[in-house]
Ligand binder design. Structure first.
Ligand code: PLP
Length: 333
């Protein structure tokens, strides 16, 4: 079966760059949502713990339960719990949902500072805080999310200004030890002097941050994918390969079929439009469970940097990575 290799040295290299910005490992909340961006939830949690990361961010309860023993702090971004928990904090994304959280739940209030996706409006912050008190929830932090920290526009600064206003409102409500965080990977890398309580870092840790607004040159991709040969054959000039006969062989050669297809996360739109890091050409349509290349190797490195794959089909590395099915074996090297 095709397998994924996780390069621990690269992961630690990326965490070094990140902790250099936050100045302490304790301020790094590693984002592990969606199977750790396709890298493997438990595998990444294990490596992160070894490195000394103490905080994690996930999407839902199932993910939080799977990794809570690896960390001191877990933030759930998008699920209202049925029970309170000591280690797990939950996000308030909408003022109307506050009454659904069980009493005593630790919560973090998300504020919409421009993105208009999730979070309460700035004008609702005071009311949200009093509803949180009324429901006897424990408000530990207030946070926001950037919509374009990776782009060189003024929006990043506008959101920072809006979040400053939010901080003022919260402090005026009488909180003294509330925490604030707003930075994702791209935002963290734009700081000269990081001064927030925590950064929520995903893509940079996995080495695939792309941004015109900060230096990303030191990051190294953590995940690579290798497929195993199913069969080989000799083909002649003019032969056609695969469904719909979309690829015509240019000169006599050996081609092979490998066990990585669209069902595993190999985007079909890459058909006839991809070359591996070792210059092996993908030919014909990608099938459900396999794909063909002009290659002979028993094992073929399909990709070692999701950014390159993403570029061919005008998407982002996040989509390429999270498409990789959880059943693919992950090996830490
Ligand atoms: C996914 C996510 C992040 C991580 O973003 P990266 O760009 O991968 O660093 C941070 N915060 C929130 C709320 C997210 O949903």
């Amino acid at each position: 079966m095709a397998y994924i290799t996780l390069n621990k040295n690269n992961f630690f290299n990326n965490l070094d760059i990140i902790t250099n910005k936050t100045k302490t490992k304790d301020k790094v909340a590693l984002v592990l949502k969606d199977n750790a961006y396709g890298h493997g939830l438990i595998e990444v949690a294990t490596m992160a713990k070894e490195y000394g990361i103490t905080k994690a961010v996930v999407r839902c309860q199932v993910e939080a339960d799977a990794i809570k023993d690896f960390f001191d702090y877990v933030l759930v971004l998008a699920e209202i719990p049925s029970l309170k928990s000591d280690k797990i904090r939950y996000t308030v994304n909408d003022i109307k949902t506050i009454k659904e959280f069980p009493r005593g739940t630790k919560v973090e209030l998300k504020v919409d500072t421009l993105m208009h996706r999730n979070g309460v409006d700035i004008s609702e912050v005071e009311e949200a805080i009093s509803l949180i008190k009324e429901q006897r929830l424990i408000l530990e932090a207030v946070f926001t999310h950037h919509r374009s920290a990776d782009e060189l526009t003024s929006e990043y600064f506008t959101q920072n200004e809006n979040f400053k206003e939010v901080k003022k409102i919260v402090l005026e409500c009488g909180f003294t030890n509330i925490k604030f965080h707003s930075a994702n990977s791209a935002s963290l890398m734009r700081y000269d002097n990081f001064d927030e309580d925590m950064a929520r870092v995903g893509i940079a840790a996995y080495g695939c941050l792309q941004s015109e607004a900060c230096d990303v040159s030191g990051f190294k991709a953590v995940l690579s994918l290798t497929a195993i040969k199913n069969s080989s054959r000799e083909v002649k000039k003019g032969d056609r390969v695969g469904y719909g006969a979309t690829y015509e062989i240019k000169e006599d050669c050996t081609i092979s079929n490998y066990d990585f297809g669209y069902a595993d996360g190999f985007f079909r739109s890459l058909s006839n439009n991809y070359v591996t890091p070792h210059h092996k050409e993908l030919i014909g349509k990608i099938s459900m469970d396999n794909s063909s290349f002009i290659a002979k190797e028993d094992e073929l490195l399909i990709f070692s940097d999701a950014r390159v794959v993403a570029q061919n089909i005008q998407t982002i590395s996040y989509e390429i990575l999270t498409a990789l099915k959880p059943y693919i074996k992950r090996v830490i090297k």
